[in-house]
Design a protein around this ligand. Sequence first.
Ligand code: KG4
Ligand code: ZN
Length: 363
Amino acid sequence: MVLGLETSCDETAAAVVQLDADGKAHLLSDQIYSQIEEHTLYGGVVPEIAARAHVGALDALIERALTEADITFVELDGVAATTGPGLVGGVMVGMMAGKAIALAHDIPFLPINHLEGHALSPLLAQQGGDEPLRFPYLLLLVSGGHTQLLSVEGLGQYTRLGSTIDDAVGEAFDKSAKIMGLGFPGGPALERAAQKGDAARFTLPRPLTGKPGCDFSFAGLKSAVRRAWEELPVHNDQARADLSAAFQAAATDVLANRTANAMDIFAKTHGPRPLVVAGGVAANTVLRMRLMEEADKKGFTFIAPPFSLCTDNGGMIANAGALHLRAGYQGDLGVSARPRWPLDEQAAKASPASGSGKKGPKS
Ligand code: KG4
Ligand code: ZN
């Protein structure tokens, strides 16, 4: 059994995962404290406040995660924590707590890349009678800090096919929502507003769409939302709904187009396989429907984890730790927190401008 700690952004989370003999992951407990209230006043995540809130919440969450799983520290085989990428003050809180537990109980400390946690989260979602998900699969990772297409070939084997050259899509959701005064966090608020909107009222750009390759761009779309909002004579709820719908349609088009290109590239090597979506923006229903259609067209099966596993959580970190432990990794107490940590270091060197693995504050 592995305890997983997640503190890289504005969610403090602790969870316990157990792998069974068939390698299936079981989530024995899943505790999460969302810091939304602490940050709402500022309209975005404030790194210093986030770090302090993690310190305040983590110990009790760990205790609750163990109680919920009905175990004590001595039954743990390892402790995993996000050691990057993320807001470094917060990352250090989870990492140091994890190292302390590992030292005190003489078990391995498993440093986990937050992106790998997301990338492997669909394995954790597979419960009950589901046909088990197997490598390789194509992953669209869409969160507040990242937008990437990854070929997931095995544990520790990730090839980045494309990533954002400017803003992450979650950031574009959050900033567009902020422009329209929809509150924080912006993604879910914007999706709700869009339900009553008419996307056709505004013509917004779809950066990079129709071009070859799998990179993304969202900065131009966000600026277009700002311009459209500022030019409106009346800023009422209908305007919010219509512009939200137009933004969501444009963002979804960009994601769908780049993912379609990635499926073509991926299929050349692996044939049609599962297309998996993960990360906070994967909670968006319109996006899920659209990706399902695109996957269908290319003969891929579409897999989306439940909402609770899409956004940041401790289960995905415990799961990644448990998989590494089973693969023979013995842990490392000497690691440092990494604000930037690309999942595929090779690709990062080849193209430093795109998707450095940095996860900044959402604002
Ligand atoms: O994965 P996550 O919890 O944290 C990061 O690693 O960044 O993702 C958070 C992001 C935020 O930008 C949030 O606005 C977005 O996911 N998000 C959504 C939805 N729910 C969360 N975006 C669009 N539609 C949603 N329903
Ligand atoms: Zn995340």
